[in-house]
Design a binder for this molecule. Structure first.
Ligand SMILES: NC(=O)c1ccc[n+]([C@@H]2O[C@H](COP(=O)([O-])OP(=O)(O)OC[C@H]3O[C@@H](n4cnc5c(N)ncnc54)[C@H](O)[C@@H]3O)[C@@H](O)[C@H]2O)c1
Ligand SMILES: [Zn+2]
Ligand SMILES: [Zn+2]
Length: 346
């Protein structure tokens, strides 16, 4: 089968690889119909994710059709259409019993990281019963690809952890797919204002189309002043960090309102200064989270009912044969205006 294989920092290739096989009775083999590329795949290619070694098939998002199930799989059968969660979970360990699937002792974020992933014609899904979702008849497969990772991530790590409330003020730093997913799902709670911050005017224009009430281009280094002005000096009740670098986290520290929350979503590779000398008396909360995908079933219903339309995030489509071109397009988003690229594998 064809697969996109990581060969160490900066190196990847589309190759022929053997079909995955059932290894545990709880596994399923899924024939991928559609997959996509995540900002985290780019982090892997930069060498930022040491758990992912050379020879690994990348990808942790996708939809497909089951071709085989292990003897222990009871909830799914051959030919079922399924959505693959980026988080695999056994449903039984201490963390899974708390709903913290991201820390499952035999799962978590393993796909396209420590086991082969979804940017291929077929993938082995461990703990299939508790890591796959049935796709309802008539559902838009492309919309569902965005439920594997980015919508649950924006919602759980950003909106839920950030405690977005009706009438509140939200600031989202980073208008990439994750920041925009947080923007779309924050609107479930009717905040009075959502301010988006980015360096890229075209992403900020998209954010305004998606419901941002104000946007701030932070290129001039004066974003904190602009946001304080927009909020009459108070700052934002919820500040969502969706970039993953020290500058943007420190901006969040400057713009959080008294009593507010900084909800970190970004994957950070270096340390960041925590300005407790300014923050100690501001009654704030700082949260971090690896997405648990506990909200996937709920988000699926909001998509099915038409309340949420994630297909607005899809900008490009490629065949699996052209996945290297898809990576180029996704990696140069400022020029190509790419948000999410859909890759058709069959
Ligand atoms: N916590 C989790 O479970 C989880 C899951 C998935 C992704 N992530 C992380 O979320 C982050 C966002 O993901 P994405 O796919 O949207 O990434 P992305 O790279 O597509 O988007 C990041 C955005 O930040 C903007 N940006 C960069 N530097 C900036 C600055 N100094 N000021 C303002 N904006 C700036 C970029 O222009 C871009 O629009 C990444 O760090 C990713 O690894 C976390
Ligand atoms: Zn991802
Ligand atoms: Zn578990």
């Amino acid at each position: 089968m064809k697969a996109l294989v990581y060969h160490g920092p900066g190196k990847k290739a589309l190759e022929n690889r053997p079909m995955p096989r059932i290894e545990q009775p709880t596994d399923a083999i899924v024939g991928i119909t559609k997959t996509t590329i995540c900002g985290t795949d780019l982090h892997i290619l930069k060498g930022d994710v040491p758990s992912c070694g050379p020879g690994r098939i990348l990808g942790h998002e996708g939809v497909g059709i089951i071709v085989e199930t292990g003897a222990g799989v009871t909830g799914f059968k051959k030919d079922d259409s399924v959505l693959i969660s980026c988080i695999s979970s056994c449903g039984k360990c201490e963390y899974c019993r708390k709903g913290m699937y991201s820390h499952c002792t035999t799962g978590g974020w393993i796909l396209g990281n420590v086991i082969d992933g979804t940017q291929a014609e077929y993938v082995r899904i461990p703990h299939a019963d508790t890591s796959l979702y049935k796709i309802p008849a008539g559902a838009d497969e492309e919309a569902l690809v965005l439920l594997s990772d980015i919508l649950p991530t924006g919602f759980e790590c950003g909106v839920l952890n950030g405690k977005v409330q009706p009438g509140s003020t939200v600031a989202i730093v980073g208008a990439g797919p994750i920041g925009l997913a947080a923007l779309l799902t924050a609107q479930f709670y009717s905040p009075a204002a959502v301010i988006m911050v980015d360096l890229d005017d075209s992403r900020l224009a998209t954010a305004r189309q998606f419901g941002a009430t104000a946007t701030v281009n932070s290129t001039d280094g004066k974003a904190a002043e602009a946001i304080l002005k927009l909020t009459e000096g108070r700052g934002a009740d919820t500040v969502i960090e969706a970039v993953g670098i020290p500058t943007t986290f420190e901006l969040c520290e400057e713009i959080v309102a008294p009593g507010g929350v900084i909800a970190n979503v970004g994957v950070h590779g270096t340390s960041t200064a925590l300005h407790l000398e300014r923050l100690w008396d501001r009654n704030i909360t700082i949260t971090t989270r690896l997405v648990d995908t506990v909200s996937t079933a709920m988000l699926l219903k909001t998509v099915q009912s038409g309340k949420l339309d994630p297909t607005r995030l899809i900008t490009h489509r490629f065949k699996l044969d052209a996945i290297l071109e898809a990576y180029e397009t996704f990696a140069h988003a400022a020029d190509t205006k790419a948000l999410k690229v859909i890759i058709k594998a069959s």
